[in-house]
Design a protein around this ligand. Structure first.
Ligand code: ZN
Length: 418
């Protein structure tokens, strides 16, 4: 079939030629097309394929023709799990941990998440924006075109709303798609000490309806863990989210197995994230519900965890695996998605192709955006990155090196970031 016949737009605005394509579709390794070309129309991919098959009239139609100089093109990267809006820093806590305290001990002593909650609550929108912008820009410098941002350091109604507004404003101010998530059940605020069920009532009855009414989040997340919220409390959060028409996802099985993954799967969660302690039953449940496994090698590394996520089980049950920075001040102060590719390979033994799928195709799926982004296919958003690399595996292979040449977002060449 001649792909030109399937054009979804009559008009070609711009053309990229002399590029190699890692389309990340599931047709062979990396969905690879050597010596390829991409035609863009109306911000979408109007045509993609071998350069030699490029319809002759495209060049005359296109207002711009770009020579990719034999660079490799991948889909725009998707960072599907971040907490990048927050106030303060936890460098001091890092230091304490190196003096012997564990993550759980610090959390139980009112440190950890709570110290970020205090630092975040003190800050107004402008100050939170100013703190968050450099983190967002660092991700974008490495080709991120879609980023999920969670609330969860406000906990009270006003600060949670403020965090979600900051997330929205970041997406409006920069050429990046921000996908906001409400994470009220992240930590127990001190004023609810010993009354965690009442806090969950507050999350479900007061905050979530307001977040939904103002369209400030598309999904709801929770931290189902011994130092977080119980299985039952998490289920109440999910029930309310579903009633309000919000998607769900979960921080599950990071430090222990509370069977949060199976619960998330039962509620049709987009993703279950962390998963170092997930059981075979949990993995089976994810496979049945189509829930994406989001692995977070930055947190694994930073907390010096030793229990690996069960990669073989996830592969055996064909659970899609995404990767993310988990950018947060306490357990993963990471703003490099390329570094996560390398860590997923070195620490988790994922292949470079699996790792790249984790920040493209499967990252998109973890956000429910697989019909729009995540692979390079006709009809999808023209979000892609041109890299100065000799082969796609180089993106996961190198450490501390950024081979990004150019970024195209929604069909337009992204200007220099500042
Ligand atoms: Zn997280």
């Amino acid at each position: 079939m001649n792909p030109a016949k399937n054009m979804i737009t009559e008009k070609v605005d711009s053309l990229w030629v002399n590029v190699h394509l890692a389309t990340m579709t599931e047709t062979g390794p990396y969905g690879m097309v050597k010596d390829g070309a991409i035609a863009i129309g109306g911000g979408k991919i109007a045509w993609i394929g071998k350069g030699i098959d490029l319809p002759a009239d495209f060049e005359s139609q296109a207002a711009e023709v770009y020579d990719g100089q034999s660079g490799w093109v991948t889909p725009g990267l998707v960072d599907c799990h971040t907490h990048l809006v927050y106030g303060g820093s936890r460098a001091r806590e890092f230091e304490l941990r190196l003096q012997g305290a564990t993550y759980e001990e610090i959390a139980r002593q009112g440190g950890g998440i709570r110290s970020t909650v205090i630092a975040t609550a003190r800050r107004m929108i402008k100050s939170l924006l100013n703190q968050s912008i450099p983190r967002l820009l660092a991700l974008m410098q490495e080709g991120v075109t879609t980023v999920e941002i969670k609330s969860g350091y406000g906990l009270d109604l006003e600060t949670e709303i403020r965090m979600l507004r900051v997330a929205r404003e970041l997406g409006e101010s920069y050429p990046v798609t921000v996908v906001p998530t409400y994470l009220g059940a992240h930590a127990l605020p001190p004023e609810f000490e010993g009354r965690s069920d009442e806090y969950v009532d507050f999350v479900c009855n007061e905050v979530m309806p307001e977040v939904a009414a103002q369209h400030l989040a598309v999904a709801v997340d929770a931290f189902c863990e011994g130092i977080g919220f119980t299985h039952q409390q998490t289920e109440r959060v999910f029930k309310t989210a579903k009633k309000l028409g919000l998607a769900v996802k979960l921080h599950a099985e990071q430090l222990s197995d509370l069977q949060g993954t199976a619960l998330a799967a039962r509620y049709g969660a987009l993703s279950a994230d962390h998963l170092e302690h997930v059981s075979q039953e949990g993995v089976k449940a994810m496979a049945a519900s189509g829930t994406v496994a989001v692995l977070l090698p930055g947190a694994f590394y930073f907390l010096r965890e030793t229990r690996l996520p069960p990669l073989d089980l996830l592969r055996r049950y064909s659970v899609p695996i995404a990767l993310s920075t988990d950018c947060n001040p306490g357990s993963s102060p990471v703003t490099s998605l390329l570094l996560m590719l390398n860590m997923a390979c070195t620490l988790f033994r994922m292949t470079p192709e699996e790792a790249l799928a984790g920040v493209t195709r499967n990252g998109a799926r973890a956000l429910g955006l697989q019909n729009r982004i995540g692979t390079l296919e006709q009809g999808k958003d023209a979000d892609f990155v041109i890299w100065d690399i000799a082969e796609p595996a180089e993106l996961a292979y190198r450490v501390g090196f950024n081979p990004l040449k150019q970024v195209v977002r929604q069909g337009k060449l992204r200007p220099e970031l500042s």
